[in-house]
Ligand binder design. Structure first.
Ligand code: NAD
Length: 484
């Protein structure tokens, strides 16, 4: 049976006040309506499988504070489930369920064999010392362990907004203390520091994936010329919102690829220079002063006006902070030709309708920011395989390359220069991870683009990405014979 009725799209007028999960559902419904799967199966793919809500006490500066936390596992069609943990004052169950759903579809788009999950702790990390954050993180992990919401074969968290490798190391350590007999215990979480079982290349993975995804989209003349742009990244003017893990790395790789970063927006204001901002210099300035503001080679825009910078003239607007940043009120004024969703859910459903009507290209989050989960998958594989990537083949490949070169040198009578000899080196972990990521992002883009071009009724890349994901998940359900 066709799926129109499975998850009906809400009426247009309600869309901007629509909760985040409903907004995800609306995108799901748009794609589901184009697919011919049984209604019940589509409903199973849409719903959130299980959610854990907990309130736990932590002693902070002599006082007991009750802290709220969540973990949502959206889908078990593949195990383990995978998804970051967010520390934010505004986090809530609905948001966590929406983000978990996005993880399910994201994993399917990039062919990572995981279900989707997400966790959240309702705190502002800036209000706590490192030692207090460690106590909160360890206590939250204990709660997850007790309810089987974490484990290398069950549910594997990762960093998200407000968390990073440090928190992941605390989580791994806590899990290992409780499960010393689990030989794969290190695979209970990804995004760990390299010394604690992480993989080289994870920290920058999401930003690098954003770069690969954008580079691929921009390489297609038939996609970018109608927007009034020339193919290629060179000279494209980019505005970045959020200069955290994703925003900073995306900005860095885009700049290295020839783009010009004209503005960076942070929570406390923005900096703007139409001739370009040096990403590394700005990063250094923030390290020294604690803020991007008053970076001497750009104009500072105060906090009250920071969101207006989203509407400045540019080629690419790259939201990399939080959800619902582009909505019905500012979408009519966005001047970018491409909105590149590095954050999760940065465009509301009503906002997107307006962008699409105005001919703006939206590169959807479930494709564009998937680099993090791709490399998390590599890290998990490394942890359960108990071997570093490249360990077996590095020396062997170097020797083979060396023998080939000696043969060519003998036959031609010419020797390679020192620079050319660099090419002889065998693969190391970071090169393997990066090339695996690049290949995955290119393949995923081509799959989505093919659906966009050829599937009847698909009018935007987000719907194409959802069609791609739902198709794969439905097939997985059939293959596994999950329904008795
Ligand atoms: P982060 O905490 O490292 O960075 C977020 C940045 O946004 C911070 O610097 C913060 O100060 C800034 N910010 C907060 N409110 C802002 C506002 N109103 N305007 C401008 N800037 C603001 O988080 P992150 O890991 O970079 O995640 C950013 C987004 O990317 C989130 O939506 C997250 O879900 C998504 N994401 C992250 C990853 C990952 O690997 N970290 C992977 C996929 C998606």
């Amino acid at each position: 049976m066709a799926a129109e009725a499975a998850v009906a799209a809400p009426p247009a007028l309600e869309r901007d006040t629509m909760p985040f999960f409903e907004s995800v559902n609306r995108n799901f419904a748009k794609a589901a309506a184009l697919l011919d799967y049984p209604r019940g199966l589509l409903e199973q793919i849409r719903v959130c499988r299980r959610v854990y809500y907990v309130q736990f006490p932590v002693r902070i500066r002599g006082e007991i504070q009750v802290i709220e936390g969540w973990r949502a596992e959206h889908s078990h069609h593949r195990l383990p489930c995978k998804g970051g943990i967010r520390y934010s004052e505004t986090v809530g169950q609905e948001e966590i369920m929406a983000l978990a759903a996005l993880m399910t579809f994201k994993c399917a788009v990039v062919n990572v064999p995981f279900g989707g999950a997400k966790g959240g702790v309702k705190i502002n990390p800036r209000n706590y010392t490192e030692e207090e954050l460690e106590r909160i993180t360890r206590r939250y992990t204990t709660e997850l362990i007790q309810k089987n919401f974490i484990g290398p074969s069950l549910d594997v968290p990762a960093p998200d907004y407000g968390t990073g490798p440090r928190e992941m190391a605390w989580i791994a350590d806590t899990y290992m203390a409780f499960r010393p007999d689990d030989i794969n215990a290190l695979g209970c979480v990804t995004g760990k520091p390299v010394e604690q079982g992480g993989v080289r290349g994870r920290t920058e993975a999401t930003g690098l994936g954003v770069y690969f995804g954008l580079r691929e989209a921009l390489s297609l003349p038939e996609l970018v010329r109608p927007l009034g742009l020339e193919p290629g990244l060179e000279g494209k003017r980019v505005i970045i919102q959020g200069f955290g893990n994703v925003g900073y790395h995306a900005a860095k790789f885009l700049q290295e690829g020839g783009a010009v970063i004209t503005a960076v927006i942070e929570w406390d204001g923005a900096v703007y220079n139409p001739n370009g901002i040096d990403v590394e210099e700005l990063h250094q300035h923030r390290r020294e002063t604690g803020s991007i503001l008053y970076y001497p080679k750009a104009k500072t825009i105060p906090m009250e006006e920071r969101d207006s910078v989203l509407e400045y003239d540019c080629d690419i607007l790259l939201p990399a902070a939080l959800e619902s940043q582009i909505h019905r009120h500012n979408a009519p004024r966005i001047k970018a030709k491409i909105v590149a969703e590095a954050a999760n859910g940065p465009t509301t459903a009503a906002g997107e309708d307006i962008l699409l009507q105005r001919g703006i290209l939206v590169l959807p989050d479930i494709f564009l920011n998937a680099g993090g989960v791709v490399v998390s998958y590599f890290e998990w594989l490394k942890n359960i395989a108990h071997v570093r990537f490249g360990r077996l083949e590095k020396r062997f490949e170097e020797r083979t390359n060396q023998q080939l070169v000696e043969l060519v040198e003998r036959l031609t009578g010419k020797s390679l220069s020192a620079t050319e000899r660099q090419l002889l080196r065998g693969p190391d972990e970071v090169s393997l991870v990066r090339s695996g990521l690049e290949d995955t992002m290119i393949a995923a883009f081509n799959e989505i683009y093919d659906i966009y071009k050829t599937r009847k009724g698909v009018q935007d890349l987000r719907t194409a990405a959802f069609v791609c994901a739902i198709d794969k998940i439905a097939k997985a359900y059939f293959q596994l014979g999950i329904f008795p």
